[in-house]
Design a protein around this ligand. Sequence first.
Ligand SMILES: Nc1ncnc2c1ncn2[C@@H]1O[C@H](COP(=O)(O)OP(=O)(O)OP(=O)(O)O)[C@@H](O)[C@H]1O
Ligand SMILES: [Mg+2]
Length: 170
Amino acid sequence: MKNVVVKTQALKKYYQTGNQTVRALDGVDFEVVEREFISIIGKSGSGKSTLLHMIGGLDTPSSGTVIVDGVNLESLNSEQLALFRRRKVGFIFQQYNLIPDLNVYDNIIFPLELDGMQIDKDFIQELLEILNISDKQEMLPAMLSGGEQQRVAIIRALATKPAIILADVN
Ligand SMILES: Nc1ncnc2c1ncn2[C@@H]1O[C@H](COP(=O)(O)OP(=O)(O)OP(=O)(O)O)[C@@H](O)[C@H]1O
Ligand SMILES: [Mg+2]
């Protein structure tokens, strides 16, 4: 049997705005096993980004549990959670979140540098070529099209060779 890499149990996230409660997630149970590829489809506002943020440790649930690679995220302090996000998770943000003052290459290696990790230059060049953006390595994000920025965000998420990749794409 394959390892369960992501597991959520009775996961809820309610947002309180004024006197209104938005039930973005209302009891989500699901599992992802090793090497599995899952697409979550749902209409705008249905909670897809919220779910990925909970799994990636970017935000905390109202209740329920998230277990990634055998670790219950609730048991991590903020420092451990930051390490979890940097080492275990590759997150491709819906709005890309590239750093505007850094060129393409520096954006890609930024998470590695933050952590003092070895930079596998061949691997990064290979990714740049596969995603067909190697000729724009020295450009700033503002000079790129939306799709090009998204490809840079994908490479940045892959560059750390994370255990899980969460892609909040549309
Ligand atoms: N910080 C927040 N405060 C209040 N409500 C929020 C917040 N973030 C999200 N929501 C609400 O939670 C619900 C789910 O939002 P979410 O961003 O997860 O949807 P989504 O499925 O990713 O939508 P889209 O396809 O448009 O990206 C929406 O009704 C949204 O308005
Ligand atoms: Mg979204």
